[in-house]
Design a protein around this ligand. Structure first.
Ligand SMILES: Nc1ncnc2c1ncn2[C@@H]1O[C@H](COP(=O)(O)OP(=O)(O)OP(=O)(O)O)[C@@H](O)[C@H]1O
Length: 179
């Protein structure tokens, strides 16, 4: 089974993916490492710009029929049996990215993306089997238990578990509103 774990930067994809792969006895692969190894994508400044079609083809070819957890904010473009979209209160995203020293503009872009469900919407456009999981106030272990529980029950689609529209005021200071 191919499980893709996606979400806004800082939401906890790597932490959860590694733990999930250990718990299930699956391989773990990071989209970024895979792309770098295969020469997919171009370095633009300090960013790696990845052609998602090329990535999806290469990953599908490599992992078809294998048990793997694919970690990365582009993993939902890879044909997967299930896409897990991790969510977190946008303030948590802001605090984590601030700690990582993200430039203000990049931080604002990511907080806004979490606020308005950008990755969830993209994932739903790519795959019917989307499990949305709110990580807010949970440990990585609890998040992994929740994912395994859903998969074991045969649930492959669960969306609409968060609505950040009510927390807009909490993250206003982090947003880049122009002007
Ligand atoms: N419930 C949780 N699930 C996952 N991570 C959590 C949770 N609670 C706190 N964290 C912390 O949040 C941070 C998430 O970092 P991580 O690198 O896993 O995110 P990421 O989504 O993979 O980021 P990026 O896309 O930039 O690589 C870690 O420091 C982790 O310990």
């Amino acid at each position: 089974m191919i499980i893709a774990v996606t979400g806004t930067p800082g939401v906890g994809k790597t932490t959860v993916s590694k733990l999930l792969s250990e718990r299930l006895g699956y391989e773990y692969v990071s989209v970024k490492d895979f792309a770098l190894e295969r020469g997919i994508g171009e370095r633009v400044g300090d960013e790696l710009e990845i052609d998602v079609d090329e990535l999806a083809d290469a990953m599908a070819g490599e992992f078809k029929g294998r048990d793997v957890v694919i970690d990365g904010h582009l993993s939902h473009f890879v044909p997967a049996d299930v896409v897990v979209v991790l969510r977190a209160h946008p303030r948590l995203i802001a605090e984590r990215l601030e700690k990582r020293g993200y430039p203000r503009k990049k931080l604002a872009e990511n907080v806004e993306a979490e606020l308005v469900d950008v990755i969830l919407v993209e994932a739903l456009e790519e795959n019917e089997n989307v499990l949305e999981v709110d990580t807010t106030g949970k440990t990585p272990e609890q998040v992994v238990e929740e994912i395994i529980g859903l998969i074991e029950k045969g649930i492959t689609r669960r969306v609409g578990v968060v609505d950040w529209s009510g927390v807009y005021d909490d993250v206003l200071p982090y947003l880049d509103l122009g002007g």
